[in-house]
Structure formats: C-alpha cells, structure tokens
Design a protein around this ligand. Structure first.
Ligand code: ZN
Length: 280
C-alpha cells in the first residue's frame, strides 16, 4: 500500500492517481491521516486489498502533505553511514546518535524549503524515514520490522551554524519550519523487493550529491527500533529519519541558496522535489 496525505485527507496512491480512503472504504476509514495511521491501519490495508478502485483523482491535481502530518515523536539519527561519519571527521559511535526533529518542521514532498533569515549554512541530508506502529518497550531486533508501518523519503534539512552553536543543538538546527520534507507516500514493506537495501539519491539543481544504498547504515532499521524502544515507548505514527550518507554540503563548502532545487529519491519509495526560498 502507498498511503498519501492528499489535500489533508488519507488516500491510496496507485500509478498517477489518488483514491480517497474514506470514499473507497464506504466510510469505514476516516479521512484524517493521523486517525488512519494511529488506529485504522488494518482497515486501510483491507480497503487497499479489495482492489479494483475507481474514482481516482490525478496526482498532479492534489497537494501532497507529509504522509504523517502530526507524529507524536520524530526521531533523527546522526552519523549513521560510515561514509558520512568519515566526511565529518566524527568517530563511529557505539550507540545511535539520536536527536529530535520537532514535528512542526515536517513538510510535504513538493513543498518549498524556507531558508531562515540570517542563517547561511543550510544543508541537505537525504534519508530513509521509517514510520512505526505501536511498539512495546524493549522490542528485539528480530521482531522489529513487524512493527513498521512503512517507509518514505525524507530530507533532514540542517542549519549547521545553529546545529553546532553553544556545543551541539542538533534538535534546533534541524527543526526550522519546513526542514522536514517527507513523502511522497508511506509505502508498506511488501511493496519493496528488498527493504534492507534501497538505492538513495539526492541531487541539487540536477547535480547528484548523494548516492548510496541503505545497507550501508551502521545501525539498520531493526537495530534503531531496538535502541529507541530500549529507552521509551514508541507509538503508532512516530517516525525516524535514519541518517544520511556522504555528500552533504558542509563537507564541500556548499550551502543551499534561494532557488535551489532539491531532488530526493529512494528506490521503490518515489521521489520528492523541494525548492528553496528565502524567508519572507
Ligand atoms: Zn540527518
């Protein structure tokens, strides 16, 4: 299933058409994306599996929002690709380096990224994002993927000066409004040939900057779930940006400028395109 937030309503993406979940389920499933994600996921899957949908809306005519618009928690993982740890000169940590992207920073897959006034070190980070179901405390790696609703693309936009001001403030530097584009759809793992090895790419103005496979993650998705759930209870709809590979701007002395176009694509999950604009 490819679940989308289309004009604020939960929908199914099939080809280039969006099907309104409340409509195709005959009212069984709520129109509210968060209600679907937190309590009606099985009903949504059932509506998806009935097949033979009709009454679709062209994808181009809807505004896609973040598939999970209001998660309870939004985790970020730093330095989770060996290549990125090396380009930043950081040591590989024994435990996942974890921070918060405050949920208010989430944006849709085609929304503008607003570069904050007076901040010059805005950077890109293409990432695999996973979205969780309810997870009991201390879920072992072996069972972790059973508690994943699906994957989507993410951009962990980061303002480096804020991130490293006063020591380290990852959560603030990565949480300016619009700094968390996600989408285009929340894709269930059965749609993917190999969920553990997905090709991830990021281009700025058409120039490929990041090109990696998710099996290069130092801590893979099951390991991250085991770690997060060893600390706190994880709830349906919580999402996690799993880290970025090498090729970020700060390592090359390049930062995002108004007008720059960020393309983010992950095999099997689709693509996002976000344009940078100056804060009004
Ligand atoms: Zn990141």
């Amino acid at each position: 299933m490819r679940f989308v937030n289309a004009d604020g309503r939960g929908g199914l993406l099939a080809g280039d058409e969006v099907f309104d979940l409340a409509t195709v389920s005959g009212g069984e499933v709520s129109a509210d994306p968060m209600t679907v994600i937190t309590s009606q996921w099985e009903a949504a899957l059932a509506a998806h599996e009935q097949g033979a949908l009709s009454g679709g809306t062209p994808l181009a005519s809807v505004r896609l929002g973040p598939p999970v618009p209001h998660p309870g928690a939004c985790f970020g993982i730093g330095l989770n690709y060996k290549s990125h740890a090396e380009e930043t000169g950081a040591e590989i940590a024994a435990e996942p380096v974890t921070f918060t992207k405050f949920p208010a920073c989430l944006a849709g897959p085609h929304d503008d990224v607003v570069l904050p006034a007076g901040k010059a070190m805005n950077d890109w980070e293409a990432e695999l994002v996973f979205v969780m179901a309810d997870i009991a405390r201390r879920t072992p790696k072996s069972a972790a993927l059973d508690h994943v609703l699906g994957f989507c693309c993410g951009q962990d936009i980061s303002e480096r000066a804020t991130q490293f001001a006063g020591g380290e403030q990852f959560s603030m530097g990565k949480s300016f409004d619009t700094f968390g584009p996600t989408g285009p759809a929340l894709v269930t793992l059965d749609e993917l040939d190999d969920p553990a090895r997905l090709h991830l790419r990021c281009a700025i103005n058409g120039e490929v900057k990041q090109d990696a496979y998710t099996d290069d993650l130092i801590f893979d998705v099951p390991s991250l779930i085991e770690f997060l759930s060893s600390v706190l209870t994880v709830r349906a709809g919580d999402l996690c940006f799993s880290g970025t590979p090498s090729g970020v701007g700060v390592a090359q002395g390049q930062f995002l400028q108004p007008g720059d176009v960020i393309d983010t694509e992950i095999e099997g999950l689709g693509a996002m395109r976000n344009t940078c604009v100056a804060e009004a």
